[in-house]
Ligand binder design. Structure first.
Ligand SMILES: NC(=O)c1ccc[n+]([C@@H]2O[C@H](COP(=O)([O-])OP(=O)(O)OC[C@H]3O[C@@H](n4cnc5c(N)ncnc54)[C@H](O)[C@@H]3O)[C@@H](O)[C@H]2O)c1
Ligand SMILES: O=c1ccn([C@@H]2O[C@H](COP(=O)(O)OP(=O)(O)O[C@H]3OC[C@@H](O)[C@H](O)[C@H]3O)[C@@H](O)[C@H]2O)c(=O)[nH]1
Length: 351
C-alpha cells in the first residue's frame, strides 16, 4: 500500500520508499547511514569526526577534493563504518542513506571565484542532484547555506527574515546567488515532493584543519603571523565579521539535522570584530612581533556581518561556547604543527 506524508504547509506528498530490509539485519551495527558531501573539507571533516565518534553511524563522504583533502579524513580511512568516494556533486550519485549533509562547495572567496561557472554549477546542479537522491531514497537533507545570502546587508544584525542585498552580477554572485538558488531548490522540493529539509545559514567559521593557504581572513592572519609575514588587512579594515569556532558549528549542524525545524536558521557566533581588531587579537594572542598593513580589497566585500541567533537558541537550544580569544590559540597550535611540514612548493592561489 502506498503511504502518504504531509509537509509543514499541509501539502500531501508521496512518501519515500522504505529502506531495504537488509538495512535492518542483525549484521548491521549502524543505526543510521549518513552521506556527507564536501566531507573532506574543513567543516565537513570535523562533522565526520562527530558522526563517526558516536559509533552508531555509517558515514559516506563524497568529495572531488577541489579544496578538501584525504588528509583531513585519514583517521577514518579503512574503518569499516567509513567510505570515501571521489565524486563531483554536479554528477548524479546513487547511495542508500538516511541523512544527507550537503556541504560540497568551495567556501573561500579565492576558491569560489577561481572557476565561477563551476561554483554556480556546484550549487545548482549539485543541490538538485542531492535533492534527487533524497527524494529517491527518502533521506533527510541538510544544506549548508551561508550568511552571504544577505549580501552586503542593510539590516544589522541579520535575522532569517531579512531577504538580503546581493549583487546578482558581481564576482561573488556565483557563490551568493548560487546558495540562494540552492535554498530555493530545497524549499521547492520540500513543498512539491515532501522532502525533509534543513537549511543552515552559516556565518564565518574558523578552526584547526583550515587550509593553510585557504585565503580566508583568520587562516591568512594566523599563517602570516606564524611565518613572520605582514598580515594583510584589506581596506578599510573597519568591515566586521562574526567568527564561530568549528566545534560549535558542528554541534549546531547536528542539532538542526536531528531537530524538527526546516530553517533557514542562522548558525554563527554573534561576537562582532573589525578586521583591524582581528589583526590586533592575532598579534596579542599568537605572535606579539606580528605586524599588519592595509592592502586593496576585492569588489562587493560586505561591510558588516553579525548573526541574530535568537532562532537557534530557541529552536535548537544552541549557542556557541568558544570565544575568539579561546579559539584563536587552538587554531594557531594546529597551524604551527602543520607549518613545520609545509612544503614551500605549495603556493597559494592568486585572489
Ligand atoms: N567556513 C565558513 O565560514 C562557511 C560559512 C558559510 C557557509 N559555509 C559552507 O559550509 C560548507 C563547507 O565549507 P568549508 O569552510 O568546510 O569549505 P571547504 O572548502 O573546506 O570544504 C568544501 C568541500 O567541498 C568539496 N567540493 C567542492 N566542490 C565540490 C564538488 N563539485 N563536488 C564534490 N565536492 C566538492 C571540496 O573539495 C571541499 O572538501 C560549504 O558549503 C560552504 O559554503 C562555510
Ligand atoms: O587576508 C585577508 C583576507 C580577508 N580579509 C577581509 O576579511 C573579511 C572576511 O573575509 P573572508 O575571505 O574570510 O570571508 P568572507 O566573510 O568575505 O566570506 C565568507 O563568508 C562566509 C562563507 O560563506 C564563506 O566562507 C566566505 O564566502 C573581508 O572583509 C575581507 O576583506 C582581510 O582583511 N585580509
Amino acid at each position: 500500500m502506498e503511504s502518504k506524508a504531509t509537509n509543514c504547509d499541509g501539502i500531501i506528498a508521496k512518501a519515500p520508499p522504505a529502506p531495504s530490509p537488509l538495512r535492518m539485519s542483525k549484521f548491521t551495527t549502524a543505526k543510521m547511514r549518513i552521506l556527507v558531501t564536501g566531507g573532506a573539507g574543513f567543516i565537513g571533516s570535523h562533522l565526520v569526526d562527530r558522526l563517526m565518534e558516536s559509533g552508531t553511524n555509517e558515514v559516506i563522504v563524497a568529495d572531488n577534493f577541489f579544496s578538501g583533502s584525504k588528509d583531513n579524513l585519514k583517521r577514518w580511512i579503512g574503518h569499516p563504518n567509513f567510505e570515501l568516494i571521489r565524486h563531483d556533486v554536479t554528477e548524479t550519485l546513487l547511495v542508500e542513506v538516511d541523512q544527507i549533509y550537503h556541504l560540497a562547495c568551495p567556501a573561500s572567496p579565492i576558491f569560489y571565484k577561481y572557476n565561477p561557472v563551476k561554483t554556480i554549477k556546484t550549487n545548482v546542479m549539485g543541490t538538485l542532484n542531492m535533492l534527487g537522491l533524497a527524494k529517491r531514497v527518502g533521506a533527510r537533507i541538510l544544506l549548508t547555506s551561508t550568511s552571504e545570502v544577505y549580501g552586503d546587508p542593510l539590516e544589522h544584525p541579520q535575522t532569517e527574515e531579512y531577504w538580503g542585498n546581493v549583487n546578482p552580477i558581481g564576482v561573488r554572485s556565483c557563490y551568493d546567488e548560487g546558495k540562494r538558488v540552492a535554498e530555493t531548490l530545497m524549499f521547492d522540493y520540500h513543498r512539491q515532493h515532501g522532502i525533509e529539509i534543513r537549511v543552515a545559514r552559516i556565518f564565518n567559521t574558523y578552526g584547526p584543519r583550515m587550509n593553510i593557504d585557504d585565503g580566508r581572513v583568520v587562516s591568512n592572519f594566523i599563517a602570516q603571523a606564524l611565518r613572520g609575514e605582514v598580515m594583510t588587512v584589506q581596506a578599510p579594515g573597519t568591515q566586521t565579521r562574526s567568527f564561530c569556532y568549528v566545534s560549535d558549528m558542528v554541534d549546531g549542524l547536528f542539532r538542526l539535522m536531528n531537530g524538527d525545524n526546516t530553517g533557514p536558521i542562522n548558525l554563527g557566533n554573534p561576537g562582532e570584530f573589525t578586521m583591524l581588531e582581528l589583526a590586533e587579537s592575532v598579534k596579542k594572542l599568537i605572535e606579539p612581533s606580528a605586524t599588519y598593513r592595509i592592502v586593496e580589497n576585492t569588489p562587493d566585500d560586505p561591510r558588516k556581518r553579525k548573526p541574530d541567533i535568537s532562532k537557534a537558541i530557541k529552536l535548537l537550544g544552541w549557542q556557541p561556547k568558544i570565544t575568539l580569544q579561546e579559539g584563536l590559540p587552538l587554531m594557531a597550535a594546529d597551524f604551527r604543527e602543520r607549518l613545520k611540514n609545509f612544503k614551500s612548493s605549495e603556493q597559494p592561489l592568486e585572489a
